[in-house]
Design a protein around this ligand. Structure first.
Ligand code: ADE
Ligand code: ZN
Length: 328
């Protein structure tokens, strides 16, 4: 499973930070982060809201463009070691200068340079999806969308929203999504991880997104599932994350296979792999063990991810060749 070539569309850059990397930076900067680690060196938290707090505490040691460049290299090396050849990663200007455009440009330049280095050294291509944070509120989402619109290009290709899905409504963020769409960015939103099927409907209707992050609670409403299938709206499904956080109690209760069988374009990602003690290899192993997925279905979900990726057709054609898939 490790060697199977993969595409990952839903990965939070800070959430992919290896705990040893964050501990190392904390030591360099003399920040005491001992409370956020388990005795075996993983991240420690109680539930989803505490996860968001620990995530932000870990991120507090990432303080300048060079720290983020080192993070990009560490994350892409690990992804490539798990067979990922193309990764779309959520980047948050909130953590990179707080939404100030000129600071963001400096962070972005450092990350893009690191991505070029990783492409050369590890054979993995990165694209960035700029992400606002829902629990920071709609006002804060505006400068983030402006950062996205101003830095759209070959590297920054998408805009999205993450964070606490129970705070506010998708339509509160419509201004930010309109701004990003007008700049030509592709759109995704976290929905249907915690907010139920209705939150998926709202994200589609009010934000006019191209993809849904998670979306798995759509399974509560089969008319919505059929709508997703008919409209070909892909889901960025992160089964290990959902099971670890208790969205579903066990792997065999996860709806990814029911969604796929009903015609939804599902894709597979890790979300925040060290937080959920997973990797793309482990996701594939668990999908094989739980649902009997083998090469044919892995090829199907990889093709879904290739089609749904927020990159240009020349990049997709190159990836298709490497994956032994047809494109278009
Ligand atoms: N930020 C990082 N991981 C997240 C998740 N799984 N849901 C919402 N926001 C997040
Ligand atoms: Zn996520």
């Amino acid at each position: 499973m490790k060697d199977l070539k993969k595409i990952e569309l839903h990965l939070h850059l800070e959430g992919a930070a290896p705990p040893a990397f964050i501990r190392g930076l904390a030591a360099e900067k003399k920040v005491d982060l001992s409370g956020i680690f388990t005795p075996d060196g993983g991240y420690a938290y109680r539930d989803f809201n505490h996860f968001l707090e620990v995530y932000e505490a870990a991120t507090s040691v990432l303080q300048n463009p060079e720290d983020f460049a080192r993070l990009v290299l560490a994350v892409l090396e690990e992804s490539a070691a798990n067979g990922v050849i193309y990764s779309e990663t959520f980047l948050s200007p909130d953590f990179c200068g707080g939404g100030d455009l000129s600071a963001w440009r400096d962070y972005l330049a450092a990350m893009e340079e690191a991505a070029t280095e990783a492409e050369r050294d590890f054979g993995i291509t990165l694209r960035g999806i700029i992400t606002c944070i829902r629990h920071c509120g709609p006002e804060k989402s505006r400068p983030i969308a402006e950062c996205a619109a101003e830095t759209k290009g070959d590297f920054i290709t998408g805009f999205g929203i993450a964070g606490d899905e129970m705070m506010g409504k998708p339509k509160d963020f419509a201004w930010a999504f309109d701004c990003a769409r007008e700049a030509g960015l592709a759109l995704t939103a976290h929905a249907g991880e915690w907010g139920g099927a209705a939150s998926v409907r709202d994200a589609i209707a009010d934000l006019k997104v191209d993809r849904i992050g998670h979306g798995v609670q759509a399974i509560e409403d089969l008319a919505l599932v059929d709508d997703l299938a008919e409209r070909g709206i892909p889901l960025e499904v992160c089964p290990g994350s959902n099971v670890f956080l208790g969205v579903f109690p066990k792997w065999d209760k996860h709806p990814i296979e029911r969604l796929r069988e009903r015609g939804v374009k599902v894709t597979v990602s890790t979300d925040d792999p060290p937080f959920f003690r997973t990797t793309m290899t482990r996701e594939y192993e668990m999908l094989n063990k739980t649902f009997g997925w083998e090469d044919e279905i892995f090829a199907e979900v990889t093709k879904n991810a290739l089609d749904a990726a927020f990159c240009d057709d020349a990049t997709k054609t190159r990836l298709a060749k490497a994956l032994d898939l047809e494109f278009p």
